[in-house]
Design a protein around this ligand. Structure first.
Ligand code: SME
Length: 173
């Protein structure tokens, strides 16, 4: 059993604790799906005001639904389509205050109002995207982007199925 008590007065501290927990959960485990599943659950439990947290994997140049928490979601997303596909195509985080104003936004859950998608890249290759949705407009800010980018850097070698992924392998951004 894992029990993480993530309580913080500010987002920087929240993400510090969250990343520490994600590190402990994924260190030494080479199975990408198991790691994505545990991190999706950790995000769901730790971050307030979400209606979806999870991953889309890069499978042969297409995003395919991975482990998540929340309502059943669309399965395949082409690169360049919607918020996830834009993050995949540009390799840049997408922090969207109002998903309804985002061209090509894919509505998986009508409750979603804002969204943060962060690409997970290892050795220049897109492994997956981390996707967070919220029912509150403008739920995500620069501190969420920074926290999720740091999390993505920690996770990249642990989601790529390679031989890397040692404990505490945080890269400088
Ligand atoms: N809204 C996303 C699709 C994935 S769901 O939010 C889970 C998008 O536009 O890419």
């Amino acid at each position: 059993m894992y029990e993480f008590r993530i309580e913080a007065a500010d987002k920087a501290e929240l993400y510090r604790q969250l990343i520490e927990a994600a590190d402990a959960l994924t260190a030494g485990e080479p199975d990408a799906i198991a790691n994505m599943a545990n991190v999706a659950a950790l995000l769901w439990e730790s971050l307030p005001d979400l209606n979806w947290s999870g991953f889309y994997r890069n499978v042969g140049g297409e995003l395919v639904l991975g482990p998540f928490q929340g309502r059943a979601a669309c399965i395949r997303i082409p690169f360049g389509k919607g918020v996830c596909g834009t993050a995949a195509a540009t390799l840049e985080p997408q922090c969207v205050e109002d998903v309804h104003a985002f061209p090509g936004h894919i509505a998986c859950d009508s409750a979603s109002a804002s969204e943060l998608v962060v690409p997970i890249v290892e050795d220049g290759r897109l492994i997956a995207v981390l996707d967070l949705d919220s029912p509150t407009p403008a739920r995500f800010d620069a501190a969420d982007v920074e926290g999720c980018v740091t999390l993505a850097q920690l996770l990249a070698p642990r989601l790529s199925g390679g031989s890397k992924g040692g404990h505490g392998e945080l890269k400088n951004s």
